[in-house]
Design a protein. Structure first.
Length: 467
């Protein structure tokens, strides 16, 4: 049953990736049909992260008041409505509005789905189950790229296909109960008992159900101090806030979504003339993104956060620099170098600066301000995602591909310095040790110094990607 929970919430991750990636294959046909200029192209594309920014702002509140299940049901419905509306669009404005709806759904799902998994999962399986969600995002991007390749001329089909996983999410979550934690918090104890029994596959009267319910209630009874903005900005938490927000700003400024949303355009500018070759190469990018996410997941606990961040930022800075040089010159062999560099770039991103900001944001904030800190970091993620995607078409027109990728390369160089000066090594430290270190007033980056090798952390890695 717990795998069904993960599968349904994973569907939300798949939709996140699908609706991000689908625009890549559709843009050429849209330019042709609606004659959109670079600014309008930026509006249509960035409507998704812009909508997600608002979705993520309301997600916490509706997940509390309506529950996790109903929030995901709403998101599923919006995914279907947005997909159908996008497929029927009569012009760029309607399409942008439809994508705004899809973005709003993503913003909700990106917070509530991992929450739904982590509140249902037994502690020992939580990290693994929540990382299913991260993987689902990359699978969604790949799915969208394949759809773009197969239906390269029919953008309406590409968009409407997003309604299928949307419907699957809505129907799937409809058959499930809410999380025991939310039900108990609303005083619905009989329902909470039934939910625990259902998800663990045991009888509601069994002692395990009762003891889990008691544990949930005890945790909820603890001192519930409300976190405030001054806690977040105070000297103890500020270093964590800088790392959480800073890593997301740099993750987005590395230009990942310029590639994810505009990959065929990037291939075109790099010298691939046939549209179907551009789309096939794009699907290749999707495959590398999925495979390297597995590599990242296996390295995070083994080599540690800081080394992996260095590898990621150095790899992306070098490969972006090569792409910039390739795009600036006419030498044909440099086109090949650019393509290889693009693959290295995606690989370095997917194994490192893709998952790491999510993992670290779930670890670094003290318990009291965790939810607040994580939502501020999420807003930084969507806000910068929007800025990069919105500005890309206009920047390419004014600076050329080499100029834009040059800027992203500089951001990755800054990422190396940022990691050096600010990033702590959280691998092998329990969440309580991290909190204690922050309270001690020692520089945050000195956490984990003196450890010879990274051991798996006591805290769930990707587990608390709740907000
Ligand atoms: C980023 C997304 C990006 C995705 C690509 C995530 O970690 O936050 O913005 O589209 O990786 O796989």
């Amino acid at each position: 049953m717990i795998y069904l929970v993960a599968a349904i919430a994973g569907m939300a991750g798949f939709l996140f990736g699908f609706d991000e990636g689908v625009i890549a294959g559709a843009l050429a046909a849209l330019r042709h049909q609606f004659g959109i200029d670079p600014v309008m192209e930026g509006v249509v594309t960035s409507a998704v992260p812009f909508g997600a920014l608002f979705g993520s702002l309301v997600a916490g509140r509706i997940a509390e008041s309506l529950g996790r299940r109903r929030s995901l049901l709403i998101a599923g419905g919006l995914f279907v409505i947005g997909a159908v509306l996008a497929s029927l669009a009569t012009g760029a404005i309607v399409l942008a509005l439809a994508r705004l709806v899809l973005g709003f759904a993503i913003g909700i799902a990106a917070i509530v789905a991992p929450l739904y998994i982590s509140e249902n999962a037994p502690a020992e399986k939580r990290g693994m189950l929540v990382s299913v969600y991260q993987l689902a995002i990359t699978l969604g991007i790949l799915g969208a790229y394949l759809v773009g390749y197969i239906f390269s001329e029919s953008w309406r089909i590409m968009f409407v296909l997003g309604a299928i996983p949307g419907l699957a999410l809505a129907v799937g979550i409809f058959t499930m109960s809410d999380t025991p934690r939310w039900l108990a918090s609303k005083g619905l104890l009989a329902e909470a008992r039934a939910a625990i029994a259902k998800v663990r596959g045991i009888a509601p009267t069994s002692p395990e159900v009762e003891s889990e319910l008691v544990a949930i209630q005890r945790a909820a009874e603890g001192p519930v101090e409300k976190a405030s903005w001054s806690d977040l900005l105070g000297p103890t938490v500020r270093p964590a806030l800088i790392v959480g927000v800073g890593l997301f700003i740099l993750q987005q400024l590395s230009g990942i979504n310029a590639v994810i949303y505009f990959a065929p355009t990037v291939f075109k500018e790099s010298g691939f003339d046939s549209h179907s070759t551009q789309l096939l190469a794009t699907a290749g990018i999707g495959v590398v993104n999925v495979l390297m996410t597995f590599v990242g997941m296996s390295l995070i606990d083994r080599i540690g956060r800081r080394p992996l961040l260095f590898i990621g930022f150095i790899g992306t800075a070098l490969s972006l620099g090569m792409i910039a040089i390739g795009a600036a010159t006419d030498l044909p062999w440099l086109d090949v170098v650019s393509i290889i560099s693009l693959v290295i770039y995606i690989g370095a991103f997917a194994a490192s600066i893709g998952p790491l900001p999510w993992v670290m944001m779930s670890e670094i904030f003290p318990l009291k301000v965790r939810a607040l800190g994580m939502s501020v970091a999420s807003v930084a993620n969507w806000g910068m995602n929007f800025l990069v995607v919105f500005s890309f078409p206009t920047l390419v027109t004014s600076l050329g591909l080499s100029g834009v990728f040059g800027i992203y390369a500089v951001a990755c160089l800054i990422g190396i310095a940022f990691t050096w000066f600010y990033a702590p090594e959280t691998s092998g430290a329990s969440l309580e040790e991290i909190e204690e270190h922050l309270k001690s007033g020692k520089p945050f980056r000195s956490l984990g110094k003196g450890k010879t090798s990274a051991v798996p952390p006591a805290g769930p890695a990707l587990a608390a990607r709740k907000s």
